[in-house]
Ligand binder design. Structure first.
Ligand code: UDP
Length: 315
């Protein structure tokens, strides 16, 4: 049986990966500092090791007997990264340096890395391809790009998956694995919890888009994890590939709200608010490479993402 180290396996995306990998017969070792993740989200079939990427010794022992790594761990709040750029560089880049060193000690040369569309910065292309200029506009995106470059330099077998907007939830054998961020900044969970007294703020209604609100490319977390499993099988010796993961199409903030209203059967209280600093108008992925290299086709639409999010929050 293949033993895989899943860093960040207690977070929203990582815990979904852990459960699906366990379903597929992988032996999963989760390495997570539990700063943002939740121990109770880790599938019971996996082994949870509480540790930080900054602890080289802990990483070395966690990797014993593993054949590959899926690397989700890292700090991931854009706003916080602007306030604490050195912390983001330290945890994400130096932490991944430790991970790559520990992998080398064990002779493990396979990694699938959770990169981000934030590496591209203000988009110049629509859709964004892997060839598009990578010029991040915040320290979070800069840290993901620095890691991508460091992985290339090591010469190991690697695929960096650049996520666009991940949404939805997975119903594991132990129940739903919801998005549980604190603070929550993501649109779909905030749409679902909006009330008359605490309405959703629509960040900008004067963008150059079809209805004036920002357009993003939403991808279901289960489709996203499917791409990671395909990536494990597509790793090639001494080759590092960068692959975008989105749905290949975009929805505006107003379309997300309208879809949620249809699913909830009630209005979503929302107020028009100023633009959020650093937001581009439109971010849509080209997923041509994901299809050709991984054979990946996302199948879950926005309705499914929102209705799964509703079910996972209701649990
Ligand atoms: N957004 C919004 N109100 C909110 C949170 C987000 O209007 O309370 C918008 C945001 O400006 C962006 C989209 O929803 O256009 C998705 O934002 P999110 O923070 O979920 O993901 P991001 O695109 O920043 O990674």
């Amino acid at each position: 049986m293949t033993r895989i180290l899943v860093t960040g396996g207690a977070g929203y995306v990582g815990s979904t990966a852990t459960a699906i990998l366990a379903d597929r017969g992988y032996e999963v070792i989760v390495f997570d500092d539990l700063s943002m993740g939740h121990a109770d989200a880790v599938d019971a079939r996996a082994t949870l090791i509480q540790g930080t990427l900054l602890d080289a010794d802990a990483l070395r022992s966690a990797l014993a007997g593993c054949q590959a790594v899926i690397h989700f761990a890292g700090k991931s709040l854009v706003g916080e990264s602007v306030e604490k750029p050195k912390l983001y560089h330290h945890v994400n880049v130096d932490g991944t340096h430790n991970l790559l060193d520990a992998m080398a000690i064990h002779g493990i040369d396979k990694i699938v890395f959770s990169s981000s569309a934030a590496t591209y910065g203000q988009p110049v292309d629509d859709p964004i391809t892997e060839e598009s200029v990578a010029s991040p506009t915040n320290p979070y995106g800069a840290s993901k790009l620095a890691i991508d470059k460091m992985i290339t330099a090591t010469g190991i077998s690697a695929i960096s998956l650049r996520y666009f907007n991940v949404a939805g939830a997975f119903e594991s054998s132990n129940g739903w694995l919801p998005e549980r961020h604190n603070p929550e900044t993501h649109l779909i969970p905030l749409v679902l919890r909006a009330t008359e007294t605490n309405p959703l703020k629509i960040f900008g209604t004067d963008w150059d888009t079809k209805d004036g609100t920002c357009i993003r490319d939403y991808v279901h977390v289960v489709d996203l994890i499917e791409a990671h499993i395909l990536a494990l099988g597509a790793l090639k010796p001494h080759t590092h590939e960068i692959v975008n993961l989105g749905s290949g199409g975009g929805y505006s903030v107003r379309e997300v709200i309208t879809t949620a209203e249809e699913i909830l059967g009630r209005p979503v209280p929302a107020i028009e608010s100023p633009r959020r600093a650093g937001d581009p108008a439109t971010l849509v992925a080209s997923i041509v490479k994901a299809k050709s290299l991984l054979g990946w086709v996302p199948t879950r639409d926005l309705k499914t993402m929102i209705s799964d999010a509703v079910k996972s929050q209701a649990q």
